[in-house]
Design a protein around this ligand. Structure first.
Ligand SMILES: [Cu+2]
Length: 125
């Protein structure tokens, strides 16, 4: 009796895991592309910073910040999500002087996980 109960519990647990896993795997947001690209050196200031994820991300709690080498935030604090492509976030920047910049982002995945990350690019005259 006890054994049967444990066995059926295990069975239903495995079934639940099997059902849930594909969703957790595929809906977890991962950055797949950016403009400027990660670790590149460019010769002029971009007008905006674009970040693309592997899947649509939540419209709330999204953040993209651009930080200069002294730790100052330099973007225009105007993060937007593209209406027709929910995997694409962008913010505008003023004319940036030569420096190495860090872009930090935070989004909420479809699976409700909060994803944060960063990458750098350099502007050289
Ligand atoms: Cu996730």
């Amino acid at each position: 009796m006890k054994f049967n109960y444990a066995k059926s519990f295990l069975k239903s647990l495995l079934f639940t895991v099997a059902l849930a896993s594909p969703f957790s795997v595929f809906a977890h947001a991962i950055m797949v592309k950016s403009q400027p690209e990660q670790n590149t050196t460019i010769t002029a200031s971009p007008k905006q910073i674009d970040v693309w994820f592997n899947d649509k991300v939540g419209g709330e709690y999204k953040a993209v910040a651009v930080i200069d080498s002294k730790g100052n935030r330099v973007d225009n604090k105007d993060v937007q999500q593209e209406i027709l492509d929910g995997s694409h976030l962008y913010c505008t920047v003023p004319d940036l002087p030569p420096d190495t910049y860090t872009v930090r982002y935070r989004v909420v995945s479809i699976d409700t996980h909060i994803v944060t990350g960063k990458f750098q690019f350099t502007i050289k005259p």
